[in-house]
Design a protein around this ligand. Sequence first.
Ligand SMILES: Nc1nc2c(ncn2[C@@H]2O[C@H](COP(=O)(O)OP(=O)(O)O)[C@@H](O)[C@H]2O)c(=O)[nH]1
Ligand SMILES: Nc1ncnc2c1ncn2[C@@H]1O[C@H](COP(=O)(O)OP(=O)(O)O)[C@@H](O)[C@H]1O
Length: 193
Amino acid sequence: MENLILIVSGPSGAGKSTLLKELPEEEFYFSISHTTRVPRPGEVDGRDYYFISRETFLEMLKRGDFLEWIEVHSNLYGTAKTEIDKAFSQGKHLVFDVEVIGAGNLKKYFGPLVVSIFIAPPNLKILEDRLRKRGAETEEKLQERLKRSSFELSLAPFFDYIVVNDDLAEAKKRFLSIIRAELCRPYRVKPSF
Ligand SMILES: Nc1nc2c(ncn2[C@@H]2O[C@H](COP(=O)(O)OP(=O)(O)O)[C@@H](O)[C@H]2O)c(=O)[nH]1
Ligand SMILES: Nc1ncnc2c1ncn2[C@@H]1O[C@H](COP(=O)(O)OP(=O)(O)O)[C@@H](O)[C@H]1O
């Protein structure tokens, strides 16, 4: 059976983390990125991210440890090559939460069997309201995130699916429906019949 490789992308505050919480950890391995961003309250090192210094990140980059990486909102983010082995050795579906450029690079790397889902806010005003309500950023960081969101939204048509995160319960249903359907592809169904 082919395991699923799922890429979830979209602007900061669109609801990626919220929707990804719907996927059971017993079946899905969530790639843990390395980042130079400071942890938010409640975030745990080694669960949400590997929080590292810029110096350590650059050392890893020089060693060729990253499958892909990027600098966004003045922070470095990267997917370590070791994350892929971890998912496959556990026999789980592999899930990435990355910005749009990383999504494109991972798609190129893994090929056509990747499933990519773009999470979009209903509009920019609602996105801003949600980012403010989340309260994780200073005003300056929040503006940086909003500024990039139009660029991220412009790349939505390149994804396999778009889930507009309006009503959360409805968005969860649509998100899970896509994954359920993808798991029914002939090449992913274990032939026990
Ligand atoms: N390309 C790439 N993007 C990443 C990686 N890790 C996280 N991101 C993206 O970086 C952006 C900022 O993430 P984060 O600081 O957690 O903010 P949030 O999206 O507002 O929760 C998001 O779009 C993430 O999807 C990575 O390893 N590679
Ligand atoms: N459908 C929704 N309606 C209202 N608030 C939402 C909805 N989806 C997510 N949120 C809230 O919006 C904020 C941003 O969501 P989050 O999942 O952190 O986004 P991302 O991971 O894409 O940056 C969070 O505070 C979250 O609780």
